[in-house]
Design a protein. Structure first.
Lengths: 364, 315
């Protein structure tokens, strides 16, 4: 970060507006470059790039119905993204989002099935959300604890925990939790309709979107505006300095990992209680891995996460239309995601390199 | 597979067969990851490389069969898989060495990009049957079809077994091996020696991705020997754990791959004799095993024995 000293050394002339502009320009430029590259790819595959752009826009943001599809997909994405974004502020790279989502789904469904319709719906939903958050939180907290107490690399352990969680899910829906009357695929029993997570009035969008936005705003406040967040960011900046300053690094690691995991666990609860209504393998639909992408593109800022999740939700929602109207495989969307992610990562390395965005330093 | 005739003997036989069949992709991907990590970089994107390798091997084998015959076509596919892998490796190698770019994030991006490309171009190859690599049928002496199937060994697996000690020697005894280790332990020291860390890492990542691409060819041209979008069960991601497990030692990568291949076969082996209550939990055996071993061997006080000094550090 030596380049930032360029702007701060010496007096600045007037208001420093070029650097904030750079922070907006670079991601947008990355997106434009990604669109151009993707257009070239489509042209090579024999499709008209402008037609493809138009279709993606139409399917993602072109109408109220398209917006609803996009927002339904954005809800779990912004939550799973926090599972990477929050620990990242502490200097940890956690990629166990998928596993935490699955564990959250399992926790929520286990509680939801045992409650049935015995409690008022709102109480039941809150309890399911708590169960999902605790299950997902503990799952990632395990990775954090292994990191702090045993020095186990948290990236690898959280990755392994994904596979273990998915295996546990498959085991439970094939065996102990299986509902024999549902023949389509091995699944648990269905939640009581009374406790399904409802939709916002007049839309198909479920309440998970509200959960997602509220949690992201809370996470932003926690990280940027509280002593706890300051301690976490300090630890992420320099762990040795944090220890010398007397910060409880171990407790911080556990707490932040728990919070990140609980956000992904809540995403699992939302998917189970609002979309699938029962639990089976279709819960594992890459929301976890896409969440990692959202976190990195949003540069681990919980508020930016909401925006990026909506954008990616739109890209995901346009998968079907590319196949129907341009005869491109579903995987086209995956290619597009990959190109966007690569371009955004590269743009990160350009901060402070473009001369136009450097503040003029007053000489003498 | 009907194993009634063998009874409970089917379990060890099934595990043996699974080890011989299933460890080849693990072996190639872990050797690839080993080269990469020796140079101080992590490539999580080998999962995408593996899928791309599997797809291009299968596609090239299928398309070239009419012109070069059923024997050479799969080998052409293996070469194509390696070259495709190397191309993806070049992207990863360049991008992950830019300032402020995290190699784990690049890896995840490369998984999405690589698997997207593989599914995109692989769609036409899901149906047709491509010519497969010929295998050594070392079980021909037996009349039991299970034993015959178990001892059908792929030449690619033997190639991998040969590469492992070669790499060991390469790292220990050659000038280039020393360059890679020097860059992995301390890029500054390597720079003082007049070596370009950028170039060494780039070449290491590309070579590693070449091997990972061939690992994909093992999947699509040997076992299971088809191209589907679900062909990989995370071998590319597992490679990262496997290399830690093997302590960055190529020969130990071989043993670790066989252990993982065998562990992967536990579930199906039990299922084949009618025990399928814990099928999925047995399938998770390699992951649980890796985690336990990491918990037992790691320590917060020191880094792992054999770990490259600059591994995963930002430049």
């Amino acid at each position: 970060m030596t380049d930032s000293s360029v702007a701060t050394a010496g007096g600045l002339k007037g208001f420093a507006w070029r650097r904030p502009l750079e922070a907006i320009f670079l991601p947008v430029a990355a997106l434009v470059v990604a669109l151009i590259l993707f257009g070239g790819f489509c042209a090579l595959a024999g499709a008209n790039p402008f037609g493809v752009y138009g279709s993606i826009y139409q399917a993602a943001f072109g109408s109220w119905s398209a917006w609803q599809n996009t927002l339904i997909r954005a809800a779990p994405l912004m939550l799973t993204a926090l599972c990477t974004a929050l620990p990242a502020r502490l200097g940890l790279v956690i990629i166990g989002n998928e596993g935490a989502l699955v564990m959250g789904g399992l926790g929520a469904i286990a509680l939801g099935l045992s409650i049935g319709s015995t409690l008022p719906p709102l109480v039941a939903q809150i309890l399911m959300a708590i169960a999902g958050m605790v299950a997902g939180g503990l799952w990632i907290m395990l990775a954090g604890a292994l990191r702090y107490y045993r020095g186990v690399n948290e990236t690898i352990s959280s990755l392994l925990l994904n596979y273990i969680a998915i295996a546990l899910l498959n085991h439970l829906v094939e065996g102990p939790m299986r509902d024999a009357s549902f023949v389509t695929k091995p699944s648990s029993a269905q939640l009581d309709p009374a406790i399904w997570l409802g939709t916002l009035p007049g839309t198909r969008i479920h309440f998970g979107l509200i959960y997602g936005i509220v949690i992201c705003v809370l996470a932003y406040g926690l990280i940027q505006r509280t002593t706890f967040g300051f301690a976490a960011r300090t630890t992420g900046g320099n762990i040795r300095a944090a220890k010398i300053a007397g910060l409880p690094v171990g407790k911080l690691t556990l707490a932040v990992c728990f919070l990140g995991g609980s956000a992904a666990g809540l995403a699992g609860m939302v998917e189970v209680a609002a979309v699938q209504k029962r639990i089976n393998e279709s819960l594992v639909s890459n929301y976890g891995y896409a969440g990692i992408l959202v976190a990195f593109v949003a540069r681990h800022n919980p508020l930016a996460t909401v925006l990026v999740a909506v954008l990616l939700g739109g890209i995901l929602a346009s998968g079907g239309i590319l196949q129907r109207s341009h005869n491109l495989p579903d995987a086209t969307v995956l290619v597009f995601q990959g190109i966007v992610f690569l371009c955004v990562l590269y743009s990160d390395s350009l901060y402070g390199k473009l001369p136009w965005f450097q503040e003029k330093v007053v000489s003498d | 597979m009907a194993t009634e005739s063998l009874g409970l003997l089917g379990i060890p036989l099934g595990i043996l067969a699974g080890t011989l069949r299933g460890s080849a992709p693990f072996l190639f991907v872990s050797l690839g990851e080993c080269i990469t990590e020796k140079s101080g970089k992590i490539n999580l994107g080998l999962e995408g490389t593996l899928l791309m390798g599997a797809m291009s091997a299968y596609g090239v084998s299928y398309l070239s069969a009419p012109s070069v015959g059923d024997f050479w076509a799969p080998w052409l596919g293996v070469l194509a898989a390696g070259l495709t892998g190397m191309t993806l490796g070049a992207v990863h190698g360049w991008l992950s060495q830019q300032p402020r770019v995290n190699d784990v994030a690049t890896g995840i991006a490369m998984i999405i990009f690589g698997s997207g490309l593989a599914f995109f171009f692989g769609k036409p190859f899901i149906q047709p049957q491509a010519p497969q690599l010929l295998t050594f049928d070392w079980g021909a002496w037996s009349s039991s079809p299970q034993i015959q199937a178990a001892l059908r060994v792929s030449p690619l697996f033997l190639l991998g077994i040969a590469i492992a000690p070669f790499l060991q020697w390469f790292f220990r005894a050659t000038r280039w091996g020393l360059y890679v280790r020097a860059v992995g332990d301390s890029p500054q020291a390597a720079m003082a020696m007049g070596i370009s860390p950028f170039r060494v890492r780039m070449l290491s990542i590309m070579a590693g991705s070449f091997l990972a691409g061939i690992g994909g060819a093992c999947l699509s041209l040997y076992y299971p020997g088809v191209w589907t979008e679900r062909i990989s069960s995370g071998q590319g991601l597992m490679a990262v754990a496997l290399v830690i497990f093997a302590r960055w030692n190529p020969v130990q990568c071989l043993w670790a791959s066989m252990l993982f291949g065998g562990a992967q076969a536990i579930g199906p082996a039990f299922q084949s004799v009618g025990v399928d209550a814990y099928y999925y939990l047995f399938n998770a055996a390699p992951y649980i095993l890796t985690l336990l071993i990491m918990i037992l061997t790691c320590s917060p006080k020191r880094s792992l024995v054999g770990s490259p000094g600059a591994l995963g550090q930002d430049d």
